[in-house]
Design a protein around this ligand. Sequence first.
Ligand SMILES: [Zn+2]
Ligand SMILES: [Zn+2]
Length: 237
Amino acid sequence: MNLVFDLHTHTTMSGHAYCTLLENIQCARDNGLQAYGISEHAPAMPGTVSEMYFINFKVIPKEVYGVKIFCGVEANIIDYDGNIDCSKLICDRVDYMIASMHSHCIEAGTMAQNTSAIIGAMENPLIKVIGHPDDSRYPLDYDAVVQAAVRTGTLIELNNSSLHPLSARKNGVENIKTLIGKCVEYGAKMIVNSDAHFCFDVGDFTAMSALLDEMEVPESLVVNTDISGLDYVLNKK
Ligand SMILES: [Zn+2]
Ligand SMILES: [Zn+2]
């Protein structure tokens, strides 16, 4: 499956990624992407940017090396109601918001608690994507999550990094297969992202693309098969 944008990436600003924004964009171009998004971890993540980082996005060109550039955030879900760590200042300045559960920002709860956290975040009209809901450290009721994704118009992320054998997330491959199956069953839209923490991974969707082909997933359910799929992330849901 050919995928033309990558909206979940990190730079040195995160404190635990190792390339610059420009290096990421160069790799986005080299990997054939039409659009690239930077989505730095929001302030609750240790070592990441402060609120100040988000207020000067205006200096970043809208297009670099022929690649359209978008400025987002990966918000941290901080409680089981699905609240996030982004002030109004951040929300007002980003092009899009991903929300995810991270071990540094929320303790893993029961399946019911984790599911409540994810669905609560989906109810937030600003959150367009749920990042890496594929980690057995945070067990989820996938039927409930995917049905809520359809109801709220939120995208389910298929995170290429979760397929990597060194990923800290548990059972990524099995959980992603389950998620894809449920998304096809309920007609939920998916977005493939790299979650790159090194530039060579930006736009490299080799593993996920192979899995999607193997599972014969319709292209119409994967929003980044066409540049028009950006509308699901940039427009109101
Ligand atoms: Zn990270
Ligand atoms: Zn994350």
